[in-house]
Design a protein around this ligand. Sequence first.
Ligand code: NAD
Length: 382
Amino acid sequence: MRIVVAGGDGFCGWPTALYLSKQGHEVTILDNLARRKWDDELRSNSVTPIATLEERVAKWKELTGKEIRTFVGDLNHYDFLREVFRQTEPEAFVHFAEQRSAPYSMIDREHAVFTQANNVLGNLNVLYAIKELAPDCHLIKLGTMGEYGTPNIDIEEGYIEIEHKGRKDLLPYPKQPGSFYHLSKVHDSHNIMLACKIWGIRATDLNQGVVYGLHTDETRMDPLLVNRVDYDGVFGTALNRFLIQAAIGHDLTVYGSGGQTRAFLNIQDTVRCIEIAAENPAEPGEFRVFNQFTEYFSVKDLAQMVKKVAEEEGLTTEIAHLENPRVEAEEHYYHAVNTKLKDLGLEPHLLTDEVLKDILKVALEHKDRVIKENVLPSISWK
Ligand code: NAD
């Protein structure tokens, strides 16, 4: 299959591009390398030293003989995007290419406006490019479980049957996101739903949980193929961030009581979920939604799991409850459905002590790269 991976230089996109290439697909990466520039802006870095995109794809070709084409440019430059569609004629377009940090979107007005313009307009351009140049192309779009917020009822996969005044309908599940970033994903979902309805586009919205880990079989093949890992207060996500804090002897920074419960999955399952979606495309006109996660944990449970494993490895680790910089419920009901991907063949890699130790090992190996002052949260929602 001819597949474009937009955002293919990023944390989820890079291992996905390698995995799909290994499976025999004709893979093209589109990325404007903005994530690397945001590191410069924030004076931050990936814990692992990452090679340039050119070096990465050259090493992949050397090791496997497989070519991954690259296009460096912005989804918001429509002429560029059209050219990529013309040259690649994609059958699936995997869309990871957005600004994905909630704290980054909450820095100030400029960052909120940038996040929504980058994400919402970029996605709208992708929809128009599919309509204009590849109407049968399956859009596989990364959304987030954060679109739903934390309702006091079970979270369904995209739709919920509602009975109201004696009548019933299957309606989009209500969205109550908690940041301007998460809202950009909700806006994307609405735009995709309309495009499917009016133009007959086929789309799968993958509401992904928080991704942990870094390695896949492919990224382990050579140091030049290693994935990025974020740990700072802006781009670092719970679990990966805790493991890196443990490696440098920093307290594990739990925001507030830590009862916030979120859905998680291993990066190895991210890449497999994309393959499953690509191999089982949505029907023309269908706006399909999968909840892409395997387990959920409260933040304080994760901190305790990391503390235990770190201590077994001889590290002294404390858990610190910081004043919560976000506005969110710290104790709440959480139960979300995730059957559709499993029904299509996903076999989850669950979180075990071995998995935690494996990520901790990488963090320890590169701990001298950690810029300690970046670890604490610096952005407030208020
Ligand atoms: P990332 O920042 O590591 O990668 C995103 C990539 O997209 C970067 O390489 C960046 O340069 C590129 N990009 C951004 N805007 C672009 C634009 N306008 N044009 C071209 N390229 C652009 O992020 P990630 O962690 O790999 O996340 C990928 C996707 O998955 C995002 O859409 C994110 O919202 C979603 N997601 C991620 C997680 C997670 O835990 N990492 C969880 C849920 C959902």
